[in-house]
Design a protein around this ligand. Sequence first.
Ligand SMILES: Nc1nc2c(ncn2[C@@H]2O[C@H](COP(=O)(O)OP(=O)(O)OP(=O)(O)O)[C@@H](O)[C@H]2O)c(=O)[nH]1
Ligand SMILES: [Mg+2]
Length: 617
Amino acid sequence: MGEAGEHRISLTIGTAGHVDHGKTTLVRYMTGTDTDRLEEEHRRGISIVPGYAELDLPSGRRASLVDVPGHERFVKNMVSGATGVDAFLLVVAADDGVMPQTREHLDILRILGVEQGVVALSKVDTVDEETVELAALEVEDLLGSRDISAPLVRVSGATGEGVENLMQALDALARDTTDLRSDDLARLPVDRSFVLKGIGVVVTGTLWSGEIRLGDVLHTPTGLRPRVRGVQNHGHPAEVAYAGARTALDLTGVEASEIEAGDVLLSYPVPAGRNLDARIRLLQSAKPLAHGVRVRLHHGTRSTNARVRLTDREELEPGTGALARLRLDEPLVTLRGDRFVLRSMDGVTVGGGTVLDPLATGRRPDPSWLEALESGDATKAVPHALARKPTQGMTTEELSLVLGLSPEEVSRAVEIDAGLETVGELHVAAGEAAAARERLLVALERRAAEHPESPELTVAEARTATGLSTPLADALLADATFAAIRVTDTGVSLPQADRVPPELEREAEQLLETLRAAGIQPPAVESTPAMRLLVKRADAVELGGSLFAAREAAESALERIKTICREEGEISLAGLRDSLGTSRKYAQAWLEYSDAQGVTSRTGDVRVLTRRHRQAM
Ligand SMILES: Nc1nc2c(ncn2[C@@H]2O[C@H](COP(=O)(O)OP(=O)(O)OP(=O)(O)O)[C@@H](O)[C@H]2O)c(=O)[nH]1
Ligand SMILES: [Mg+2]
């Protein structure tokens, strides 16, 4: 496929401006596409939902145009269309001048972080030069008051006057826009979802970031995993959808009812959050915003009601900003750095904000954490993020996602910070790792002291001893540079644990002599380390009831039992007692040992050989 077929988009431009000021007409003049697709839009002569067109610029670059409605009733559709655009095309009719939605749209664009663009002073064919001048002055004033600078081009969508100049101005924007959305995560906020006969479930949206390829498996925050069976870019079949492109996907593995406008498709799973911590800002034109007030929050193609909890004040003054927690009625997938728009419950745009912590936890926001996030400074944010999960550690990828920093920035911050270390794939505060190693060594020393005959901890016991989460504990145990421990198939120990202390060895030797001398009538003894060492080496066996016997004694007792069974078909307690010439106590203990070893089994008052031992006859 050639370059044209690839449909890489250099720039996504969103229109803006008051109703009827000529946005759709200009888009149609420049692209040949009528973005008013709905019958209702034609009947009423206004735009209602965002429409999309491709614009080939004079330089050969290609832009994606999002044409939004201007009517005040459809501002929420404007917000949905405007999120994810790189630049604006603000249209102001020369015969009408700056009007309420001219201001509101410009405010929304600023809230969304869209600060570059071009102003088209439209319908210049309908008025005299003086009126055009007046309108131009109004526009200059508006831009000045919002601290935005943008070229102003006089055009007519009726005669085509000035359209060349407008295209040149848009081309200049495209030239100055570098690739701002190169992050790996593909995010497609869905704006339409429907079923096409013979094809199946189709969704459309503007791809915010990343790429989506034919055959990719995507994720939804609800755990669905649709597969991409078809890709279209601006209506052209394609192998890949690139960031910024108007994208349609044909999906399998989902029902039409499971995906709706407002959902988001992702290249890897990102959880949706109900609480987000953010820096919010109130427009100069808004009324003061009280702590605890309810608002409508618009993010991407979704909106939800939310309660604003101000972190450090009772009221937010117009034109100022503050840290806040937003408690959402419906969970949203957001990432650090995402912009959102806040509107009052009666539909007035009052401000917006930038997401700092998309998955906020705790009762109230931690300002120092939010400031670390906001700083965008990896050397501050990385240690702070790790300190919040002290026993878990985080991978470079996790940190990068949570902090909204590139994996390279994260890795560099870890490298230069002597207070951090990396265990396997996990970064962790060096102090935490050192403390965990110390806890493990203490546990191993205690084990060796209490059980010198088997000084190992199982892997599970060792993990618990570190006090770390399982993945971090496992990484610590697998860390070859941690030479103070030895990990084998059977467990974890201190390296010198193999050597049995000489005193223990001597004690065990003496004990074994005693056991051998006692034969089948061993004395009752405690399970000392020396005894357990003998059992571990199979020099002795445990009969139960504090009785241990030398291996040879056990073998001869079992032989005796087998012989009696073979001769008589069975063995009784009295029979064994008489045969061994011992007390009932020992006869009972040996019979139970014999049962436990699978030599005999009990039937009523007597025992018979098990099948295995009968066959061996
Ligand atoms: N004479 C003249 N008429 C224009 C020009 N641009 C738009 N119009 C007319 O103005 C009316 C509104 O134009 P649209 O392009 O639909 O306006 P819009 O900004 O898209 O309106 P909404 O999307 O509803 O906000 C239509 O009747 C157009 O024909 C122009 O440059 N000159
Ligand atoms: Mg329109």
